[in-house]
Design a protein around this ligand. Structure first.
Ligand code: 16G
Length: 197
């Protein structure tokens, strides 16, 4: 089997869809004419590797999802049940949370993740906007363009579904990276009031 191709099971059996945070048909069938990434749809565009992009699954607690996120920030130590409860809440908000991960199928471990969050607004004629959150690539896989791929995929998708804009906040040292994908500093400040560590 070609590493990046989908097996029958991965094509979306009912059980699969329940396990997935969202139905990735929306990503796989989107118009990618304006996107730079080479392959259409959600497959990671590097045939011959064991890397496979797909929506986050409820079962991903066992595939190192929290360990991956801990390379971005503090995650905390919490149970599989707590993870699943959070997953279920996000899944129930259909059309709001798009967490896309990249699994290295040779080790059954998640090696990259990014989230697109959709927010509904009463401004600009009642619109939606996107936010990119929690972009992280395992340290062993940096320089493989996995972050770029996820960012482009989700940015492109947000435009495709009608977002009037998409934003993100990041550390100052990463501004240059995000600017390469068309994100601009429009002069706003991102302010934080932190209630917990
Ligand atoms: C970065 C992330 C943000 C994440 C935050 C966590 C991107 C583009 N930005 O700003 O999504 O939630 O770090 O930092 O991935 P914190 O733990 O200090 O809140």
């Amino acid at each position: 089997m070609e590493p990046c191709s989908r097996t029958t099971q991965e094509k979306g059996t009912p059980g699969d869809l329940q396990d997935s945070l969202f139905d990735d048909t929306v990503l796989r069938t989107m118009n990618t004419d304006k996107c730079k990434f080479a392959m259409k749809g959600i497959q990671y565009p590097r045939p011959g590797t064991s890397l496979f992009a797909r929506p986050l699954r409820r079962s991903d607690y066992n595939k190192g999802f929290l360990q991956l996120l801990s390379q971005l920030t503090k995650v905390g130590d919490y149970s599989k049940e707590a993870f699943e409860a959070q997953f279920n809440s996000m899944q129930a908000l259909s059309g709001m949370y798009y967490v896309v991960v990249i699994e290295d199928t040779s080790t059954a471990t998640l090696v990259a993740s990014a989230t697109l969050l959709i927010e509904h607004k009463f401004i600009h004629g009642a619109v939606i906007r996107g936010r990119i959150e929690d972009v992280v690539v395992d340290s062993e896989y940096r320089s493989s363009s996995l972050g770029s791929f996820l960012l482009e995929l989700l940015t492109c998708f947000s435009e495709e579904i009608g977002c009037y804009k998409i934003t993100l906040d990041c550390k100052l040292k990463l501004v240059g990276f995000y600017e390469k994908f068309g994100y601009n500093n429009e002069g706003q400040c991102f302010l934080t009031k932190r209630f917990k560590d």
